[in-house]
Write a protein that binds this ligand. Structure first.
Ligand SMILES: O=C(O)Cc1cc(O)ccc1O
Ligand SMILES: [Fe+2]
Length: 450
């Protein structure tokens, strides 16, 4: 297994990167020579329509030992979206727990919801076995919306590879380092980093520590991209240069293995007689990438009032409505708070967009109690929310000296469509059915006097 300091990267968001694990493996001046070097096969990988405009066109050329089609047919791996056990957290191999939108068991009350972290299974469980879907929206069949999953694992994927035809995967580790072995090369990520694997890319997840857990936003819609900066100018927020892409790395293993895919909402399995991670060189604009969230250049108010959290957007997947995200990935990183004569925490609000939050470390400023690392909360379209009562008291009474939010990292998946909890999420004992109590002590101060 490769270690952190043995892996180096190419940098620059969406650049046309090129990399070869053997010298001369990449053709020069063309993509598709009559015969490729080393007897490799050329294969194009298209993440956008051939005709997508240049600024958002994403495709890569892979030079591999065998083309991807050198495999057997897929066979179904159990039907998804059937009702599963409502209350148990399964320790067994758990493939039925991954779901796709539209959820056919959906009951979606407008209540604010919060959950404790999902425990790591005690049975041997790899990244794929340990996926549990918490919520979803849109429709996997029309390439709109998202699903939100939690992964919990205690072992690496051995002789087992996966690709998701249904969407891009934004992986947000919360516990344990992982190394993604992908067709394009290796990416090592730890809590505080994110990993994005475009739709269709084959990979396996290897564990570095004994346990791993994290959040996944499965993006059925348009690929994540960097948000515009507007008047902020040419620098700031997430800077393009900090996005890291893998260098070509291949497995030349002629042994039986299994390729699992999720396609049109269902899981399938196919047998292969060789590793599908056999890409010796690649060039192009579509590839998996990682980003250290500590590189995010936070821009915020230095005068008064709390700006909209869109200032913390790391990546956005646009919908077809201008300025309205299929999903935004927003973080609440460590930062200074210096604003004056103002209510500093997030305001009380109701939002047409739906908000799912997770916590990577520390405490979230609006909810220091009960929102745990690995936990989750859901504030859906128009459901009122804001700081818990204690935070309100402190904010209106505290002295507004400069303060630092330290050792904290929360995030939000914010989506245009109502985020529907799965039946598991609604009924699991991990759900904090007393969540509304955190606002119960909001007192009436009004007495008719200004
Ligand atoms: O609801 C939340 O905690 C997320 C959030 C944070 C913020 O600073 C402003 C708006 C918002 O929805
Ligand atoms: Fe909110």
């Amino acid at each position: 297994m490769k270690l952190h300091n043995e892996i180096s990267y190419l940098s620059g968001f969406g650049n046309e990167h090129e990399t070869e694990a053997l010298p001369g493996a990449l053709p020069v001046g063309q993509f598709n020579p009559q015969r490729c070097a080393y007897g490799l096969y050329a294969e194009q990988f298209s993440s956008t329509a051939f005709t997508a405009p240049r600024h958002c066109n994403r495709r890569s050329w892979l030079y591999r030992i065998r083309p991807s089609v050198a495999m057997n047919d897929f066979e179904p791996l159990g039907l998804l979206n059937q009702n599963t056990d409502k209350t148990s957290i399964k320790n067994e191999k758990n493939l039925g727990a991954i779901k796709s939108a539209p959820l056919n068991d959906s009951y979606c009350p407008p209540n604010n919801m919060r959950w404790d972290p999902i425990p790591i299974p005690t049975q041997p469980t790899d990244f794929i076995d340990g996926l549990t879907t918490i919520a979803a929206n849109g429709n996997v069949k029309t390439k709109a919306g998202i699903a939100i999953h939690i992964y919990t694992a205690n072992k690496s994927m051995e002789n087992r590879y996966f690709y998701n035809a249904d969407g891009e995967l934004l992986i947000v580790p919360e516990l344990g380092d992982i190394c993604a072995y992908t067709e394009f090369g290796l990416l090592y990520v730890e809590p505080g980093d994110i990993l994005v694997i475009p739709r269709g890319i084959k990979f396996k997840i290897m564990l570095i520590n004994e346990q791993a857990r994290g959040y996944i936003c499965e993006n059925y819609g348009q690929s994540f991209t960097l948000p515009e900066r507007g008047p902020v100018g040419a620098n700031g927020y997430a800077n393009d240069r900090d996005f890291e892409y893998p260098k070509a790395y291949f497995e030349d293993i002629d042994e039986p293995c299994e390729l699992i895919t999720k396609f049109f909402g269902q899981l399938y399995r196919a047998k292969l007689n060789h590793s599908p991670l056999d890409v010796v060189a690649w060039v192009g604009t579509s590839a998996p990438y990682k980003y250290q969230l500590s590189r995010f250049n936070v821009i915020n108010s230095v005068s008064f009032d709390h700006p909209d959290p869109s200032i913390f957007t790391v990546l956005t997947s646009p919908s077809f409505a201008e300025g309205t995200a299929n999903v935004d990935f927003v973080i609440f990183p460590p930062r200074w708070q210096v604003s004056e004569h103002t209510f500093r925490p997030p305001w009380y609000h109701r939002n047409t967009m739906s908000e799912f939050m997770g916590l990577i470390k520390g405490q979230y400023e609006a909810k220091p109690n009960g929102f745990l690392p690995g936990g989750m909360s859901l504030h859906n379209c128009m459901s009122p929310h804001g700081p818990e009562a204690e935070v309100f008291e402190q904010a209106v009474n505290g002295k507004l000296i400069p303060e630092q939010h330290q050792d904290t990292l929360a995030f939000m998946f914010e989506s245009h469509w109502v985020i529907e909890p799965t039946e598991f999420a609604l009924h699991t004992p991990l759900r904090q059915t007393n969540y509304m109590e955190c606002w119960a002590n909001l007192k009436k101060y009004f007495n008719g006097q200004p």
